[in-house]
Structures are given as C-alpha cells and as structure tokens.
Design a protein around this ligand. Structure first.
Ligand code: B12
Ligand code: SF4
Length: 455
C-alpha cells in the first residue's frame, strides 16, 4: 500500500485568519485516497500556527509608510512551519508520494519554494492541486517544472483517473479509467486531525461543505472553475450524520460552513435548519457561515429558523451598497433596496451579531459610495467587514481588466493586502484610506456600544 503525505503549506502575508484555516480541501483529498486504498497522513503546516516576522518585501515597499499607522497591518510575517521544518518532517515520514494544496495565487511563491526544497532533498513525486492549481495549471507547470503533476479540479474527479493512469491503483481500488467518485457520498476525513488543535474560543470546531457549485456570475469570483456553475447539495441527512459523528466522537460544538452560496436553494436550507433545530443529539451546537451568506435568499422566517438552529453570528456578503455596482458585477440582489436594511433590522431584533462584508475597489465604486454605505451600516448597528478587491485567476475581472504587467503577471499581487488594483475612481492611497477609515469607525462604534451597555 502506498503512503501519501498531504501538505497544507505555510503562507506569508501581513495577517491570516487562524479560525478559518481548517484544511477542508485536503480532508476531501484524504477521503478520496483512503477510499482508493491508500494510507494517508496530513501535515498541516498552519496548525499550531507559528509566526515569524519577515522584512517587508521590496515589491510591497509602497506600504511601508502605512505600517506604523493605527488600524493598519504591522509586520509582514511567515505563518506556519518553515520550509526547513517541513523538509525535515518529510525526512522522518518518508512517504511514497507528496500532495500539496495550492489554493491561493498569492501564496504560490511559498509552495514553489517548498517544492524546490523537497525535490533537492528527496526523490519523492510531488503533486499539486486546489483552486490555484486548477485555474493556472499550465502556468504553474511552466514556472515550477520540479512539480511532477499539477492536477485540476475536485480531487473526487481528478485523482482517480490520475492514479489509474499512473498504474498506482490496485485492483481492489476498483475504478475504471475516467471514473470519478461522488463527493456527496464521501465525508472529509476529519478523523485525521487532532480535534484539540482546531478550536474557536473554548469550542472544538470544524469546517464543512453542504453544497458545491454556483450558477451566479460575480465578476470577481473564480470558484466555478473548480466546482462548476450548477449547485449541488448533499442530502440533509448526510450533512447531519457528519455533524453528529463529529459532535459525539470529536467533541465538535461549532460547525462552520464554507459553501460558496449555501442559501441559493431556500428549500434545502429550510429543511436543513429545521432538522438541526430538532436534533437532540446536536444540542448546544453553534453554526457559522463565515464565508458569508448572500442576503437575496434570506428573509424573516429564515432568520428565525437560523436562531433556533444555533446561529449567533451572521456574516452577510453585500459587496457594495450601490445597486448599480452590484448589478455591474452580476451580484444577485433583491429589487427593493429597503429589504436589505429590513433584514438587518430583523436580525438585530433576534439578537444576531452581524458583520456585513464590502469589497473596496471594484471598478465603478467610488469613495463617496463606500463612505455612505459604511455610515449607513454602522447606523444600522452592524460591523463592517472591508475586503480590499484582489484578483482571482480566471475570474471575469482578472481576464478583462487592463492592468500593468507587474500587477497582472505577479501572483504575489493577488492578495487584498497588496492594495494592488487601482481603478479610474480609486487609487491605492484611496483604498488604504478607506480601509483604515472603516476599521476606525468599527472600533469607535464598538467602544460607543460598550459605553452604552455599561453605563
Ligand atoms: C476557507 C477559505 C479561506 C480560509 C483558509 C482556508 C485554508 N484552509 O487555507 C481563509 C479565510 C484564511 C482564507 C483566506 C484568504 N483567501 Co480564501 N477561501 C476559502 C474558501 C471560501 C473555501 C476553501 C474551502 O475549504 N473549500 C472547500 C474545499 C473542499 O475545496 P478546495 O479547497 O477547492 O478543495 C477541492 C479541490 O480544489 C481539490 N484539491 C484541493 N487541494 C488539493 C490537493 C491536491 C493534491 C489535489 C489533487 C486536489 C486538491 O479537491 C478538493 C475537493 O474537491 C475558498 C473558496 C472556495 N470555494 O474554495 C476561498 C479561496 C480559496 N480564497 C481565496 C483567496 C484569494 C484568499 C485570500 C488570499 C484573499 C485575501 N484576503 O487576499 C485570503 C488570505 C488571507 C490570509 N492572509 O490568510 C481565493 C483563491 C483564489 C486564487 N486561486 O488565488 C478563493 C478560491 C476564493 C475566491 N474565489 O476569491 N480563505
Ligand atoms: S461570489 Fe458567491 S454568489 Fe458570486 S459567483 Fe462566486 S460563489 Fe457564486
């Protein structure tokens, strides 16, 4: 039996989000490989999360003057194991094959460095897969020829055919060439992780997916290149089974859904929330949707149901407060703009802690709109989550924007913290100022709310 080591690589940036680093994609890869008879181990370089300060890279030197400002990032950092530590761990484990997750264009340079270091030391084949690998397969191969194979698409479809072709599937693996596994019938191999290492506050947590694929067409998004444009849901019973098992056997109390458009099918979501609310085995569980829910399929009834099912924090992706901008970027929305604020008001009445996410810097957005939207949201009693626009490979905007080659051709620039993409309306300085302004206003609001609640 072949032993395969799956690696969630380290990353370098000004910040990361430790509570969302659950290696869900690799657990799906692990599940596929185990189904096909392989022995699998996971090396999650981001857990426990080690940090090391790095000098500011020359290409981001324009951010230098902002680094000592309040509300801005402070230092550029390496998050996770160092490349040397990974190499040394691989030396101890001596797998037959290494498979690395490459989700982000922005962090591909660290993946490349890791692969080169591994190939210098060992004669072990290295595979790379994940969102970034799927979207830039040929370019990755050209940039890092040391990688033995870049695989595109979901592991459930790309791995069986690859392994079969390479003659690595034993007869018991039982799949014909070209045959794929049904992701809806597999469960991510959560059991490979130590639950004590994946906690939010005092709760063990996990991330999971109930659906894949999205028919919307948001101009900044590329997930259809991995999961397609048709939304497919797992049966509610199968999601509940995964949750119950993890509740019982791994003490998980917080279930975070990373679906791209979970609320797309209202009927499915209603059925699911009702089932969770009625499930005695899941008592005291909390549900989060940290990847953000579109507001267009939510309403009062749904909010009530969410409350009963154990949702406390509501993350809404609104993108922009200007309907014309949302329309321009094909963002689904309701006809009546007032419905968004009605929904927020109702969610507040029900006691949800609400964050509304905005993108800063989409073509067509203006400074005035972003300030007005922020103020309206703060007035409505929610936290504003600013996400500076970044390029995702293969998305409509990445393909159509005319950008200088030092931005378009440098994947390091495909990150929010680079404030890389300037538009007619918003220059880099505007983006930084708006980002700082929103963070400052959020904090002022929180302080005011705290004063009111303690006076
Ligand atoms: C959770 C998440 C995060 C987490 C981290 C997740 C992690 N473990 O590393 C957090 C919140 C930290 C995060 C941050 C960012 N993210 Co994010 N994130 C996601 C999200 C919403 C879900 C990922 C997930 O779990 N998917 C579910 C699993 C099952 O899917 P999957 O990972 O694609 O895995 C499947 C296949 O790809 C394949 N596969 C995966 N790995 C491998 C390996 C091999 C060898 C093989 C064969 C196959 C394979 O099989 C899997 C099962 O089918 C995705 C969107 C998405 N739909 O994927 C964005 C996404 C990955 N993020 C993205 C980006 C850009 C970012 C940021 C860099 C943005 C920014 N602010 O600059 C930040 C970085 C911030 C920071 N410094 O940390 C982009 C990446 C685009 C790209 N190619 O560059 C995505 C695709 C969203 C988007 N379209 O904008 N993210
Ligand atoms: S951003 Fe969300 S709603 Fe828009 S296309 Fe991507 S997955 Fe679908």
């Amino acid at each position: 039996m072949k032993r395969i080591l799956l690696i969630q690589p380290p990353l370098q940036d000004f910040y990361t989000t430790p509570i969302r680093l659950y290696p869900l994609g690799l657990l799906s890869v692990a599940s596929v490989l185990r189904t096909l008879g392989f022995e699998v181990e996971i090396l999650d370089c981001l857990n426990p999360l080690k940090r090391k300060f790095l000098p500011l890279p020359e290409k981001f030197s324009y951010l230098g003057p902002f680094l000592d400002q309040p509300y801005f990032f402070k230092r550029f950092q390496h998050f996770g194991l160092t490349v040397e530590q990974v190499v040394s761990r691989v030396g101890e484990l001596r797998p037959d094959l290494i498979a690395i997750n490459s989700s982000f264009a922005a962090y591909f340079s660290t993946v490349a460095e890791l692969v080169r270091a591994l190939k210098r030391k060992f004669n072990i084949p290295v595979l790379v897969g994940g969102n970034q690998a799927s979207c830039c397969r040929e370019e990755i191969k050209a940039r890092v020829p040391e990688i033995d194979r870049v695989l595109s698409g979901p592991a459930e479809s790309c791995l069986p055919s690859f392994l079969k072709k390479e003659g690595l599937l034993s007869v018991e693996g039982g799949l014909m060439e070209g045959q794929t596994l049904d992701w809806k019938k597999l469960r991510p191999a959560h059991e490979l992780l130590d639950p004590a290492l994946y906690r939010i506050g005092k709760k063990n947590y996990l991330s999971l997916q109930a659906s894949r694929g999205c028919p919307q067409n948001c101009s900044f998004c590329n997930v259809h290149l991995v999961f397609g444009r048709r939304t497919e849901y797992r049966p509610v019973s199968s999601v509940l089974e995964e949750m119950r098992w993890n509740y019982r056997c791994r003490g998980v109390r917080l279930f975070n859904f990373e679906d791209d458009n979970l609320a797309f099918d209202r009927n499915w979501l209603v059925e699911f929330l009702e089932a969770v609310a009625a499930d005695l085995e899941l008592e005291g569980s909390e549900l989060t949707f940290m990847n953000g829910l579109g507001y267009d399929n939510l309403d009062e009834e749904m909010l009530e149901l969410m409350k009963r099912a154990g949702v406390r924090k509501l993350d809404l992706s609104w993108v922009s407060g200007n309907p014309a901008v949302r329309h321009q970027h094909h963002r689904p929305q309701k006809k009546d703009e007032a419905e968004f604020f009605d929904l927020v008001r109702e969610a507040r009445r029900l006691g949800f802690f609400i964050t509304v996410y905005l993108i800063l810097g989409l073509p067509g957005q203006t400074r005035e709109e972003i300030v007005a939207t922020t103020e309206a949201l703060l007035e409505a009693g929610v936290l504003v989550g600013p996400s500076v626009f970044y390029l995702t490979p293969g998305s409509e905007l990445q393909r159509s924007l005319e950008l200088p080659p030092e931005i378009a051709g440098d994947w390091d620039m495909y990150r929010a913290t680079a404030f890389a993409v300037e538009t007619k309306e918003l220059k880099r300085r505007d983006l930084v100022e708006l980002f700082l302004y929103i963070r400052k206003r959020n904090l002022e609001r929180k302080t005011r709310a705290f004063r009111i609640s303690t006076s």
